[in-house]
Write a protein of this length. Structure first.
Length: 114
């Protein structure tokens, strides 16, 4: 589970809508939805506001203190880490983009062969 999934789960457990959480956090209308869907990647200050609005604390730990190996990057855009057991893409949009690129490459190969 990555940080975005953990924050979404924390919001859902508290029964707060994304719009309400955005108001509490002081971010723009729909910003939480865009972060949770993977349309945008929050910066450090955005994560800090998000966690504070949920009553959580964001802690930065040096790499030497990590117990797990570093997360893989998205296989399509390499924009952010991906949880290893879940998928190789950071969002559905990246997965669709990669699938379209594969389909296009197959079509071009078949066209070149004929």
């Amino acid at each position: 589970m990555n940080i975005i999934d953990a924050l979404r789960l924390a919001r859902e457990r508290r029964g707060i809508s994304g719009t309400e959480l955005g108001r509490i956090a002081g971010v723009g209308n729909g910003q939480i939805r865009r972060w949770e869907s993977g349309d945008e990647v929050p910066g450090f200050l955005g994560l800090e506001k998000w966690t504070a609005a949920l009553g959580l604390r964001l802690t930065v730990v040096p790499d030497s203190a990590r117990k797990s190996p570093p997360a893989r990057m998205c296989g399509s855009c390499e924009c952010r880490p991906v949880s290893p057991p879940r998928t190789r893409f950071c969002s559905k949009r990246c997965a669709r983009t990669a699938a379209a690129e594969r389909a296009s490459a197959i079509y071009l190969r078949k066209k070149a062969q004929s």
